[in-house]
Design a protein. Structure first.
Length: 614
């Protein structure tokens, strides 16, 4: 029978995961290298051997970018590339696009030929079409595939399923551009993968978002035609747009993680006016534009940081931005990739950034886990009894009447005879030891789990109920030291922990574990305090109320469940449903409402959490 301390969260849904890329020319490679670090950390934490196989589209609900950050967003979000694939393509594309300049240099300035932009946009268009065609699957697709794509659900429930790797989920993706007639103060236009009315092709959206003034000609789209340029001025950090877009798409869902990747503390820009002498234009206006470009990204970061800090939310905001070296690399200096990689690597040598990387990876893993369902073995549980505490160790137990036993591959202690009826059972204790109770008063088994993926779970308890044909555990305490030959799965006989101890009175009341409660929730005092702290059960007969926060879930073992599973080896039962918060913490308590009577006849193997769809 299941009991709920209070109602579960209605219409529970996984929080949103957002990834945002700044613009920055070739320095966008730094963003990809930082993302690779985070994905690699996820792979290590989840023990995934092939870290290169992870796709960011499986870990984010929304990916966006400005300028070359928009190009990266298309590669990762719309085309679902791995980070490794995106890095390789990004370098190839940059070399091909940026190695042919139009014009000549005068000192530190580049003077375009005939007032034209520095690079030929046709080369960029062809490169993007080739990439799209390659990954969509046909040559024609490169020119004709729309930015729009029907979306499948992006939830952690799908991620936790066995078909996760085969599931072709498309995360929501958008890129930014602005109308060329109002470069400095116009609102950006969003090219989206989830707007079914938008006929824009992938290559067109990529061209529009990367049309940096002075580098490429504006992109002309629509009827009547509209000229677009990249949104680097004022929107180089598109995090604000990502935040508001997420709120529109999912008004009832929280933001669980927001990852913003920058391209350096300062951004070098060249913004010549079309038709000006040699394309140099007004130097003062260029300086103002540079200041706006640089400060806008920082301002957006600071505003979001304060917003997430101020709001009562469980969201985690992360901003990674290499703060040294990148300022000396121009937007189109594709031949300085090694320097760029070195600066990015050095950035993560800082302890603060390493900690942030671990924190970001942990949060993403919690929200998008494809690891096996969590199992907490009995090895990690402590036993508390009338002021005594047993910490798992080779010397356990320190108390009488119960035992911590090592188990073999069959799931049973070596001293227990296991006949054929139980050899093929599917349920096994997951750890190396089990906790077995012959008879005891006020025994509490307590355990904790951390790093559990955020989600909703059914809690299953792994138990072995042994009554025996003649209930030997109710007999005299003074049984032989050696195990008798009939010590089996159905007839358990234990030697005394202390052969000199006074035997209990024969008229002492005894109870099988009927009405024993299996509770799960959040610990009031996590850590060692929860595992070891004593509870005065005479004053507070229900231990879980003193150990767990209100709202814990509880399963009460009824006689019918006992009779169904007794003398049948290991079993799994329970139907409590629990929501795991973003902190990934759970605590477990197995106990019976305090009564002055013996309790016994069971072994505990562990807890299994079964992810539920939502």
């Amino acid at each position: 029978m299941a009991h709920q301390g209070n109602n579960l969260t209605p219409q529970w849904q996984t929080p949103i995961r957002i990834l945002s890329f700044d613009g920055g020319g070739i320095r966008g490679l730094s963003s990809l290298l930082m993302l690779r670090k985070i994905m690699k950390q996820i792979a290590e934490d989840e023990k995934i051997e092939d870290a290169k196989s992870l796709r960011p589209a499986d870990y984010f609900d929304l990916i966006c970018g400005t300028s070359t950050g928009g190009l990266i967003a298309i590669l990762l979000g719309r085309l679902r590339l791995t980070v490794t694939e995106a890095i390789d393509l990004y370098q190839q594309m940059a070399k091909r696009i940026f190695q042919r300049r139009r014009g000549r240099s005068i000192g530190s300035l580049w003077v375009s030929k005939g007032g034209k932009e520095r690079y030929d946009a046709r080369e960029l268009e062809e490169v993007v079409k080739e990439v799209v065609g390659k990954y969509i699957g046909s040559e024609d697709a490169g020119a004709n595939t729309r930015m729009y794509h029907p979306l499948a659900p992006t939830t952690a429930a799908v991620a936790a399923s066995t078909d996760f790797q085969q599931d072709k989920r498309q995360c929501h993706t958008f890129v930014l551009a602005v109308y060329s007639v109002r470069v400095n103060n116009g609102r950006p236009h969003l090219f989206k993968t989830y707007d079914r009315h938008d006929e824009t092709k992938i290559w067109e959206a990529a061209r529009a978002t990367t049309a940096a003034t002075g580098f490429f000609e504006p992109m002309v789209l629509g009827n009547p035609p509209i000229r677009y340029v990249d949104a680097g001025l004022g929107f180089n950090n598109p995090s604000h747009e990502a935040y508001h877009e997420a709120k529109k798409l999912w008004p009832n869902r929280e933001i669980g993680v927001f990852l913003s990747l920058g391209t350096g503390e300062e951004t070098e820009a060249s913004l010549p006016e079309k038709g000006s002498w040699f394309g140099i234009g007004n130097q003062l206006e260029q300086v103002r534009a540079l200041v706006q470009l640089t400060t806008s990204a920082t301002r957006v970061h600071e505003e979001l940081y304060l917003a997430f800090k101020r709001e009562p939310t469980t969201a985690k905001y992360f901003r990674f931005n290499v703060d040294c070296g990148l300022r000396n690399i121009g937007l189109d200096e594709w031949d300085k990739v090694e320097q760029l990689s070195g600066f990015t690597e050095a950035y993560f040598n800082n302890a603060e950034q390493r900690d942030a990387k671990h924190g970001c990876a942990t949060r993403l893993r919690q929200l998008t886990s494809r690891a096996q369902p969590p199992i907490i073995p009995a090895d990690e549980f402590t036993a508390v009894h009338e002021g005594d505490v047993d910490i798992p160790s080779p010397e356990s137990p320190a108390m009488k009447y119960w035992y911590r036993e090592e188990v073999g591959v069959n799931g049973y202690p070596d001293c227990v005879r296991v006949d054929e009826r139980f050899c093929g059972g599917k349920v096994r204790p997951p750890g190396k030891t089990i906790l077995s109770c012959r008879r005891i008063v006020n025994l509490q088994l307590r355990g904790q789990a951390s790093g559990v993926a955020h989600g909703r779970y059914r809690v299953r308890w792994i138990m072995w109920f042994w009554a025996g044909t003649d209930y030997p555990q109710q007999g005299s305490y003074n049984v032989p030291h050696s195990y008798p030959t009939d010590n089996s799965v159905v007839e358990r006989v234990f030697p005394p922990a202390n052969p000199d101890a006074v035997a209990p009175r024969q008229d002492q009341l005894f109870a099988f574990p009927w009405d024993m409660t299996f509770s799960v929730g959040k610990a009031q005092r996590p850590g060692a305090s929860f595992q070891c702290e004593g509870v005065d059960v005479r004053e507070h007969p229900i231990a879980a109320k003193q150990l767990l926060h209100p709202g814990y879930q509880e399963f009460r073992l009824e006689g019918g469940v006992w009779n169904t599973h007794k003398n049948s080896g290991w079993c799994e039962f329970g139907d409590s449903i629990i929501d795991v918060d973003l902190d990934g913490h759970l605590a477990f308590v197995i106990a019976r409402r305090f009564e002055l009577k013996w309790l016994g006849g069971f072994s505990f193997g562990g807890v299994r959490l079964v992810p539920l769809p939502h």
